[in-house]
Design a protein around this ligand. Structure first.
Ligand SMILES: [Zn+2]
Length: 354
């Protein structure tokens, strides 16, 4: 069997979410092609059903690679007629992932899952796939194999390290400001997992001892201020106290109030919206001050939807807080926006297979 990945330097990255599974073909240079999205179907069954959905996403990527002018077809065509071509697959999953054993210990996105051997389940499903070139050379079959799984934010961190804002650095932290606040830590070029795979929960750095309650049960975590849901709640609370804002009309339809609409209001000069982002930036800066003192990373990479608020609304307040609080050397940590955007999960997951 030809080791397809080594021969061609391509692998498939799979980004498992609670609603959708995103997957794509990723080159060792970090280029993504043949993207697909399939529903996770977590409601209709347990982890074995989700494993079939992951295998389906992989199948669709390979079929797409055969039907479009994909760069991997060259490698397949250069292989001998009877060879099965092994394609490495990497998986990023939300939750507490035990990377060495391929187990999902727990995931808030998958209620009831406890110590699920997801890598084994997925490989069982992948072994049933028969993806072939549809026409002449039917013996040229792909054999996809799941080679690695990690927490989705660790995967994104790996993607940024190798192909995004972290290129050229060996010590970094990443924050993803999505619904919640995820974190990843890279030490000496490797993602740091800690003694029991729970390292990097930067979103649960306490920034206000008696502050807002966090989903984790603690009080005053960064996530309770900088998660998308929490930013919206903070705006709603200020509106309820009678604050004047152009966002008041948006609250009549709760789905209209999002970090994006709040950022747009701030750009239009809305004082409340500007204040919310300044406060959010300040809390992120407080968290990053502790992180800089503990780890002394070269760079902090910030991604996720909330980071789209951009330089003046969010990043400048973060940097101002760090330079105000941190000691001389830790305060030199660079703070930049993530580069990979929506592809970060797929690229990072694919890195797990390289
Ligand atoms: Zn928390």
């Amino acid at each position: 069997m030809t080791n397809y990945m080594e021969a061609t330097k391509y692998s498939i990255g799979v980004d498992l979410g609670g609603t959708d599974i995103k997957a794509g073909l990723v080159s060792s240079a970090g280029d993504v092609s043949c993207r697909v999205v399939v529903p996770t179907d977590v409601e209709t069954g347990g982890p074995k059903v989700v494993a079939t959905r992951i295998a389906e996403a992989v199948r669709q990527v390979l079929v797409k690679a055969e039907t479009v002018d994909s760069p991997i077809t060259t490698a397949r065509e250069s292989a001998s007629d009877t060879e099965a071509l092994e394609v490495g697959v990497g998986l990023g999953s939300p939750g507490l992932i035990i990377a060495e054993t391929g187990v999902v210990h727990f995931s808030p996105n998958f209620p009831g899952w406890s110590d699920i051997p997801l890598v084994t389940y997925v490989n069982t499903e992948l072994s049933k796939l028969h993806v072939r070139k549809p026409v002449a050379d039917i013996n040229k079959q792909y054999t996809p194999v799941l080679r690695g799984m990690d927490n989705d934010v660790n995967a994104m961190t790996l993607g940024e390290l190798h192909h995004g804002a972290g290129v050229g650095y060996t010590n970094l932290v990443a924050l993803t400001l999505g619904t919640g606040v995820g974190g990843g830590v890279v030490i000496n070029g490797e993602v740091y997992h800690g003694s029991q795979n729970t390292a990097g929960e930067l979103g649960h750095t306490v920034v206000e001892p008696n502050g807002r309650y966090c989903g984790c049960g603690n009080q005053g975590c960064l996530e309770a201020y900088a998660g998308a849901k929490n930013i919206v709640e903070r705006v709603q609370e200020k509106i309820e106290t009678g604050r004047n804002t152009i966002l008041t009309t948006a609250t009549k339809n709760s789905t209209a109030l999002t970090p994006r609409t709040i950022a747009a209001a701030a750009q239009a000069g809305d004082k409340l919206a500007i204040e919310i982002f300044a406060e959010t930036g300040r809390y992120i800066g407080i968290a990053l001050t502790s992180i800089a003192h503990i780890l002394n990373p070269q760079i902090a990479i910030i991604g996720g939807g909330v980071a789209e608020a951009g330089e003046s609304l969010l990043f400048e307040p973060i940097r101002a807080e760090l330079s105000k609080r941190a000691m001389d050397i830790p305060s030199q940590m660079k703070i930049v926006k993530a580069h990979l955007g929506n592809d970060a999960g797929i690229v990072g997951a694919a890195m797990l297979a390289f």
